[in-house]
Each structure stands twice: as structure tokens, then as C-alpha cells.
Ligand binder design. Sequence first.
Ligand code: UFG
Length: 329
Amino acid sequence: MILVTGGAGYIGSHTVINLINAGYKICIFDNLENGHIETINVLKSIENDIEFVKGDLRNTEDIEKVFRQFKIDAVIHFAAYALVGESVENPSKYYRNNTFGTLNLLDVMIKYNVKKIVFSSTCATYGEPAYTPIDENHVQKPINPYGASKLMVERILDDFDKAYGLKSIKLRYFNVAGCDEKGRIGEWHNPETHLIPNILKAADGKVFKIFGNDYNTPDGTCIRDYVNVEDLAQAHRLALIYLENENKSDVFNLGTEKGDSVKYVFETCEKVLNKKINVEIVERRPGDPAILYANSKKAQTVLNWHTERTLADSISTAYKWEVSNVQYI
Ligand code: UFG
């Protein structure tokens, strides 16, 4: 059985669908602070055999209960806070949950002799890029507590490998976008801060705000690498297989290797929706690097991971979710 922490959240729930389609037995552990019980219900309607345990990583006893009750073979660890701005205002919250909570999880894993983990890391561990595309060897100097809380876990994982033989795959995501093609689950954050959902939310007559058009990029707006959530989910399955076959620790960037500007994403949304959306340029958002996109060759060659979905695919699935689930969001 695979334990998926944060399986009621955005990326976690998409990965759960991928894994149940591949025949894995799943236990989801989630405190439902940012995850949703409605998402669990949808996942259970796809596969009744999913176990769900409501619990919090900051409480070791909650974690122990899972390991006592189920025979866990490996863990995929998504559960974390992930808002850069909030992490600057409230770093304690981020270090307690993302770093200290993960340490609790790892201690319990070692206690129960579970020695395989796939960890959700982030391109935010790199900080301001010294060069692009960013490869896995790029220096890691995070510029906010969110990135630092994840980098600390990366270091802890390396130390746990040396000391206890815990094997980890760290997946450094770039900008994740899109939703389940069948529209069953989607991106459901509160508050929503991400680019594509914010553009789509403005499509009903509100105004979408571009945070700055005076960056040193061809059209002046920030460039990011938007990787589809279902492609990303597939990378987690491949990482599990790699751990099972190779039993060694490694790290992979997950991105499309293509940089798209905010303006380009906005225009692509207008095209996909066939609709004009109101837009205004406002001040830069603090902490946004001008350009971030991945060199993801390592995931392609070692994991045999290939992205299959385009930016337009991500926008159209995100829109499907936005429209059909407007009562939730
Ligand atoms: N943006 C806007 N208007 C909006 C929202 C976003 O112009 O309403 C711009 C941002 O300024 C940025 C780009 O769109 O230039 C992408 O912003 P997102 O908030 O969608 O994503 P980020 O690049 O800030 O954040 C993502 C992940 C984080 C991760 C970070 C690493 O969501 O978890 O990448 O840089 F830490």
C-alpha cells in the first residue's frame, strides 16, 4: 500500500487517480485544511478501496496510527503549505508544518522500517536563477521561507539515507497547471493566487491583474514553465517504479522546458475560451523572479518521463473545472 500525504489536495489527488488506474492500493493522509472531503468522496467513487485517514503531520500519534493499521510499502509526501507570500509573513507556520511535520513522518517511517519516499519539492529551492533553463545542479539559495522549508527537507532526506538507508526521490516542480481531463477533480485553493485560475475567474467580467510588465523579458512580463498536473502525476508513478527497481535516492526537475510569459498565458486563455477578458497592469508582486523554466532532461532520460499535454490543454481542463465546480470555488 502507498501512503499519500496531502492526497486530498490539488497535485496529490491527481496523483492518486494515476496510481489507482495503475492498480496501486492507496491510503490518503490529510488534515483537510487545504484538501477537501469532496475530493476524497470523488476519489472513493472512482475506487472504493481507498483508505482515508484524517490526521496532521505535526502530531506524531496521528502518523503512527496509519503505520500501525496498514502495511505501508512507500510514501508519496505532498502535504505542505505552499504560498510563498504567506511563508514570508508567517515563517513559523511553514517550518513547523513543512519541515518539522516531515521530520515526524520520516521518524515514524524509520520506526516502521518503511524506507522509500517520493517528496514534493519545488523550483523555489533554487531562488533567483543564476542561469536558465535551471538544471538540478543549479545552486539552491531559496529567497523565501517556503523554498527554505522544502530545501531543509531535501537535506534531511539525504542525511536519513546516509544514516538509515531511507531512499528518496525529490521532485522539484515548476508551475503546475490544469486539471483532470474528465473534470472530476481540479485546482481548488482558497485563496487562489495562481495565474491560470485567476485569469479564468476573471472571464465572467471581472478584471485580471498582471503583476508588472517592466521585467527584463521580451514582453516585460514574467516567464514561467507551466507543467500539466496529469503529466506531473505520471512522474510520481515513474518515481515510485524507479525506487522499487533501483532502490536509490535521486532528484529530478519536473517542467516542460518551455518558458511562457504571463501575457502569453493570458492570450492563450482568451484563445481557448474564445472570449475577451478584462486586464490591467498593476505593480510587481514582491519576490517574483523574472524568468524560471526547467531543464528536465534528467527526468526524461532516467525516469522516461515525457510531458504530453500543452498549455492550451491545461487551460481548457482548468476551465472545465472552473465552470462545473463554481459552487465549490
Ligand atoms: N501572476 C499575475 N497575476 C495573478 C497571479 C499571478 O500576474 O493574478 C503572475 C505572477 O506574478 C507570476 C506568474 O503569474 O509572474 C505565475 O504566478 P503563480 O502565482 O501562478 O506561480 P508562482 O510562479 O509564483 O509560484 C509557483 C508555485 C509555488 C512555487 C513557485 C516557485 O505556485 O508553489 O512557483 O517560484 F514556490
